[in-house]
Design a protein around this ligand. Structure first.
Ligand code: PRX
Length: 668
């Protein structure tokens, strides 16, 4: 590990250029920016669409493969494969290749939350060594190619090292967001049947130490298995590797728990990368669907590597001296693709930050940008709205002069937030990339390329070259500009799109490949195109809500609520929130109890926190006698949404119980 590099001097060296020009309501790269951009010739779109498979194959050729693929794309709807027959190791591309070209360049910078602690940096050479040491530990723990490894770590370098260590030996990582509850971790460990879990003693969040090990212990104990899961007791975890981060006291179970440092200290820093098949699993990442249990999205080695590398490189226009900061946690797909694989595959320096961006003061994020001379900043609209609320004066104290590109992801960004981000953070001189994608897509699919444009506030922009998207009406026909419909992705999709839902191919088929047939990927987002073909995302059309950028399923929340013995039924809906975008509220029907309403409400809120995590907190719980239903018994959440929004309810004649609406009006 290195000492503090001379970040301050870097700042002096970087000067703002003419990055943006505006024509009408569209933004384009300025001449200076365009001249230096990696991709600036608009013909790339046309050429890529003429033969998308060839386009992606050409990009894939820039990676190192231990065995070249035989076929670019094979389609057996709903299944498809990319680079069939090829073999590679993603870490050979992310580490060994950089070792040859930029061994002493900084690969990773970690900023701890406490301001009195020092950052850590790793050069590509050092990261290579750390990953190899950890990969060797995994081998000692008898982890083999194809085995699943659970990772429940905060934003610390070991999270990246652990992911890459798994990939090095062909093991499959399943990262679980560190704010997920023990129960949520347990579910994921059960589903993956991981025998190894990597966690930490604790971490800092808003000045407090979160005892992560305690949560991990709870997830691994039988006691935490709820009544409904009786048949599935405990997990398959045999060894727990614990990173010492916060120094808090933890209980180490003898024979099961091992300290990270004790293990890696003994290992060699050389470990040969294990070649894996292009279609072999690289990782599983769970996400919320419309109903019930979370879905394990299966991402495979070859296609994901190609998409992660080139979406990162082209979209963020990575140059040798860029310093990229994506604020998302490694527990989400954004953390996987743009805090780990994408930048490292491109040889780009990446910053990760442990804590809350407004801790110990709302200026922290500006300070981090200035401290490291961040050139490319990628965050979520929720954070943008939060900082806007803290006040424009705050951000005006900072020049943020090194920034040249800013990005947004995770939810629709409205025009007000867009303008503020563009003018106050980008100082009107950074292109703003509104990037649309999903856990399922593995990498960005829609955003205009910075060297080409155009950009338009609240529009994600053009699909990435080689990606065919469309907006379909209910009849499956392509809709003209201006008409709202379902956003879909058409063959050959993209190399990084999920290949399956872990152990649930039926759900895969139903969720993504049913509405418009098995050759059309359904995104579950509503959207429309403008006359220039720019896509505007309108948000989810299923029962998924985005709360502060976190993806939550109202169906999953309802099934948790209904575990409470006094709840007969429930309906969760998302309502607009100034900062978080959306927040969940629940309508519940109570049975068999005289408990005070406030007690029930508290119990429900606590139950959700325990089963899912603190970010699933309900804003309000309404106790009602009945829920509006159709004659077939389907709960009409639309009616509840309109009731809370104060909108006209329209025709209620399809309801089986219209009288309940008047009752509900009295409590909302
Ligand atoms: O509704 C879309 C929204 O986030 C969903 C995917 O969530 P998740 O799997 O958690 O991945 C988020 C990070 C990639 C999408 O279905 N979404 C994502 N990006 C945008 C967006 N909505 C509008 N604009 C975006 N740029």
């Amino acid at each position: 590990m290195r000492g503090n590099p001379k970040f301050a001097r870097r700042k002096e060296l970087m000067k703002k250029t003419d990055n943006v020009i505006k024509k009408g309501d569209l933004y384009y790269p300025g001449e200076e920016f365009k001249k230096k951009a990696l991709v600036s010739d608009a013909s790339v779109y046309k050429k890529a669409l003429e033969d998308p498979v060839k386009f992606w194959e050409k990009l894939a050729e820039e990676l190192v493969w231990t065995k070249k693929w035989d076929q670019g794309f094979v389609h057996k709807p709903p299944h498809f494969e990319w680079f069939v027959g090829g073999e590679l190791n993603i870490t050979e591309n992310a580490l060994d290749e950089n070792l040859k070209k930029r061994k002493d360049k900084i690969a990773l910078i970690w900023e701890p939350e406490p301001t009195d602690q020092k950052q850590k940096t790793f050069t590509f050479g050092e990261l290579y060594q750390e990953v190899n040491k950890f990969a060797n530990c995994l081998k000692k723990l008898d982890v083999k190619k194809g085995d699943r490894v659970g990772i429940y770590l905060p934003m610390i370098p070991e999270a990246i090292i652990a992911m890459l260590g798994c990939a090095r030996i062909g093991a499959v990582h399943a990262v679980v967001f560190s704010a997920f509850s023990p129960k949520a971790l347990q579910l994921r460990l059960q589903d993956t049947e991981a025998e190894i879990l990597i966690t930490a003693d604790g971490y800092f969040r808003r000045g407090e130490i979160v005892n992560l090990k305690q949560n991990a212990d709870a997830a691994l104990s039988d006691e935490n298995t709820s009544q409904n899961d009786r048949e599935k007791r405990g997990t398959s975890v045999k060894k727990v590797v614990v990173v010492k981060r916060a120094g808090n006291e933890v209980r180490m179970q003898s024979g099961r728990d091992l300290w990270w440092d004790d293990l890696v200290g003994k290992e060699s820093d050389e470990c040969q990368p294990v070649p894996v098949g292009s279609e072999d699993l690289l990782f599983i990442l769970y996400t919320s669907g419309s109903t019930g249990k979370p879905k394990g999205c299966c991402h495979v080695a070859g296609g994901y590597a190609v998409q992660a590398k080139f979406t990162a490189k082209w979209i963020f226009d990575f140059k040798e001296n860029d310093i990229f900061w994506s604020t998302a946690d490694v527990g989400w797909i954004t953390g996987h693709t743009y805090s780990c694989y994408g930048p490292l595959l491109s040889g780009t320096t990446v910053v990760i930050y442990e804590g809350s961006p407004d801790w110990p003061s709302p200026e922290r994020w500006c300070q981090i940008i200035e401290k490291y001379g961040i050139t490319t900043f990628y965050t979520a609209p929720t954070a943008i709205r939060m900082f806007k609320k803290y006040g424009t004066d705050l951000v005006r104290k900072y020049k943020l002069a090194t920034l040249r590109l800013i990005g947004s992801v995770g939810e629709p960004i409205d025009e007000t937030a867009w303008d503020w981000y563009f003018n106050e953070v980008g100082k009107g001189n950074c292109l703003l990339l509104d990037t649309w994608w999903q856990t399922e897509t593995g990498g960005i699919l829609i955003t205009s390329l910075p060297g080409i444009g155009p950009f338009k506030p609240s529009f994600a922009g053009l699909p990435f070259p080689g990606v065919k998207v469309d907006i379909l009406g209910e009849d499956g026909k392509s809709l003209p500009a201006g008409k709202e419909g379902d956003l879909v992705v058409l063959p050959p999709f993209s190399p990084g799109l999920l290949r399956n839902i872990y152990k649930n191919p039926k759900k895969y088929l139903e969720t993504y490949w049913s509405k418009f047939g098995s050759k059309v990927y359904l995104t579950s987002d509503g959207a429309y195109k403008d006359e220039n073909g720019l896509v505007r995302i309108l948000g989810r059309v299923d029962d998924v809500i985005k709360v502060a950028g976190h993806r939550l399923s109202t169906g999953e929340m309802e099934s948790v609520i209904e575990k409470h013995p006094n709840i007969a039924e429930s309906a969760v809906i998302g309502i607009p929130d100034e900062i978080k975008g959306e927040v969940p509220v629940a309508f519940i029907v109570v049975k068999n109890t005289n408990k005070p309403a406030d007690d029930i409400k508290t119990e429900i809120i606590n139950l959700l926190r325990k089963e899912i995590g603190p970010f699933s907190s309900l804003k309000t719980v309404y106790l009602v006698k009945d829920l509006p239903k159709t004659r077939s018994g389907k709960i009409m959440r639309r009616v509840l949404r309109k009731l809370l929004g104060g909108e006209e309810l329209g025709d209620l004649s399809t309801l089986a119980n219209p009288e309940c609406v008047e009752e509900i009006k009295k409590v909302v």
